[in-house]
Write a protein that binds this ligand. Structure first.
Ligand code: NDP
Length: 324
C-alpha cells in the first residue's frame, strides 16, 4: 500500500478549516486512492476546538485517513508535510491600517515559512488561503530559502470559479462549456477576471456579452462576491473557499490544461519577477506553468497593471517593515 501523504492545515479550527478537512480526509484533495495523514495547526487558544474537529474526523471512519495530529507547534505540524494549506491568518479589523495587517501576518507567515523550510518533505507544496494571500505567501517563501520558490502559491481559484459561474449564468450555458478563464493579479478587489481569452462554444466570451455588462457588472460582481456572501449569509464564504483550495491542489498534483493560480512571476506579461501574482496556468508533471503567448489589449493591460501595482506596493511595504 502507498505511504500516507502528510497534509498540514493551519487555522484548522476556523470556518474554512471545518469545510476543508473532511474533504481532504475523504480523498478529494489528492485522489481517491491516496491515503493521507492530517496535521492540524492552531494557535494555543484554538487547539481544543481543533481537537473537537479531529474527533469528528475520527467518527467519519474515512478509509483513506491514516492519522490526525493537532498541535500549536509549527515545527511539528510541518514535519514531513508534502502539502501545506495555510488558512489561518490575522483578519483585517475595522480601522486597521495596511501596515498593521501586514505586520501581524508577517508574524504568522514568516515563522511558518521557516518551519516549512526546516521540516517539510522535499516535495512540499504550499497554498496560502489566509489574506492578504499573495503577500502572505511571499513572506513565507522568503523565509524558506531551501524550498524551490515555485512551491509557494496563493489562491485565486475561488475568484476563477466565481467568474465561471457568473458567465455561465449570463450566457445560460453549463460551466463545463467555458474554457480558458483567467484571473490576473492580486486576490483583492483589484483582481482582473479576463473574458478576452475565455471561450464559450469555441468563441471568445467577451464577444458574446456587451461591454457595459463586462465592465460594470461582471468584473465588480466577481471581485466583490465575498462581501455579497457575507451580506446574504451573515458569515463569510467558507465552503466555496475550501472547495477552491481543493481544486487548486488537486490540479497542481494531477494536472490541468488551464486554470488560474497565483504563482511566483518569472517576468511573464510584464509582471515583475518574484511577485506572487495570478496568471493563466497549466499544470504538467506536478508543476505550474504560465500559459504564454496571449495578446493583451489595452483594456486588459490597464487592469492587470493596476492589480500588479498593488502587489508591488504590498511587497515594498513588507520590505519596509523588515518582514522579508
Ligand atoms: P476563516 O476560516 O473563515 O478564514 C481564514 C482565512 O482565509 C482568513 O484570512 C480569510 O481572509 C481567508 N479567506 C480567503 N478566501 C476567503 C473567502 N473566500 N472567504 C472567507 N475567507 C477567506 O476564518 P476563521 O476566523 O473562522 O478561522 C481562522 C482560524 O485561524 C482561527 O481558528 C484562528 O485560531 C486560526 N489562526 C491560526 C493560526 C496558526 O495556525 N498559526 C494563525 C492565525 C489564526 P479574510 O478574513 O480577509 O476574508
Amino acid at each position: 500500500a502507498q505511504t500516507p501523504v502528510k497534509v498540514t492545515v493551519t487555522g484548522a479550527a476556523g470556518q474554512i478549516g471545518y469545510a476543508l478537512l473532511f474533504r481532504i480526509a475523504s480523498g478529494q484533495l489528492l485522489g481517491a486512492d491516496v491515503p493521507v495523514k492530517l496535521s492540524l495547526l492552531e494557535i494555543p487558544q484554538a487547539v481544543k476546538a481543533a481537537e473537537g474537529t479531529a474527533m469528528e474526523l475520527d467518527d467519519c471512519a474515512f478509509p483513506l485517513l491514516s492519522g490526525i495530529e493537532v498541535t500549536d507547534d509549527a515545527n511539528k505540524a510541518f514535519d514531513g508535510a508534502s502539502v501545506a494549506l495555510l488558512v489561518g491568518a490575522r483578519p483585517r479589523t475595522a480601522g486597521m491600517e495596511r501596515g498593521d495587517l501586514l505586520q501581524a501576518n508577517g508574524g504568522i507567515f514568516g515563522p511558518q515559512g521557516k518551519a516549512i523550510n526546516d521540516n517539510a518533505a522535499d516535495d512540499i507544496r504550499v497554498l496560502v488561503v489566509g489574506n492578504p494571500a499573495n503577500t502572505n505567501s511571499l513572506i513565507a517563501q522568503q523565509h524558506a530559502p531551501d524550498v524551490p520558490a515555485e512551491r509557494f502559491t496563493a489562491m485565486t481559484r475561488l475568484d476563477h470559479n466565481r467568474a465561471l459561474s457568473q458567465l455561465a449564468a449570463k450566457l445560460q450555458v453549463p460551466v463545463a462549456e467555458i474554457k480558458k478563464m483567467t484571473i490576473w493579479g492580486n486576490h483583492s478587489a483589484t483582481q482582473y477576471p479576463d473574458l478576452f481569452h475565455a471561450e464559450v462554444g469555441g468563441k471568445i466570451a467577451a464577444e458574446q456579452v456587451d461591454e457595459a455588462w463586462l465592465r460594470d457588472t461582471f468584473i465588480p460582481t466577481v471581485a466583490k462576491r465575498g462581501a455579497a456572501i457575507i451580506e446574504a449569509r451573515g458569515a463569510s464564504s467558507a465552503a466555496s473557499a475550501a472547495n477552491a483550495a481543493i481544486d487548486h491542489v488537486f490540479d497542481w498534483v494531477n494536472g490541468t490544461e488551464w486554470t488560474s493560480a497565483a504563482i511566483p512571476s518569472d517576468g511573464s506579461y510584464g509582471v515583475p519577477e518574484g511577485l506572487i501574482s495570478s496568471f493563466p496556468v497549466a499544470s504538467r508533471d506536478g508543476k505550474w506553468e504560465i500559459i504564454q503567448g496571449l495578446e493583451i489589449d489595452a483594456f486588459s493591460r490597464e487592469r492587470i497593471d493596476a492589480s500588479v501595482r498593488e502587489l508591488e506596493e504590498e511587497r515594498a511595504a513588507v520590505r519596509e517593515l523588515g518582514l522579508i
